[in-house]
Ligand binder design. Structure first.
Ligand SMILES: [Zn+2]
Length: 70
């Protein structure tokens, strides 16, 4: 496996706001990530990772609407 680049390290996610992360990762020592973090890691390794910028207004609107920040 190739070493992790500085760019990949910068996009590595260590926290997710989903319920599975809170329940399975934070409350147990069995799982180290949820499916969302795994998807980010796989997308980056497969060079399918797309980083999108969002304004604070869009993030706030999504949070208020209960939309996942994906
Ligand atoms: Zn998650």
């Amino acid at each position: 496996m190739k070493p992790i680049s500085t760019e990949e390290q910068s996009v590595q996610t260590k926290f997710c706001s989903c319920p599975a992360f809170a329940y399975y990762v934070l409350n147990s020592e069995v799982r180290v990530m949820c499916k969302h973090i795994l998807a980010v890691k796989l997308a980056f390794r497969l060079q399918k990772f797309i980083e999108r910028s969002r304004t604070e207004e869009i993030v706030l609107a999504m949070a208020l609407a209960g939309t996942a920040l994906t």
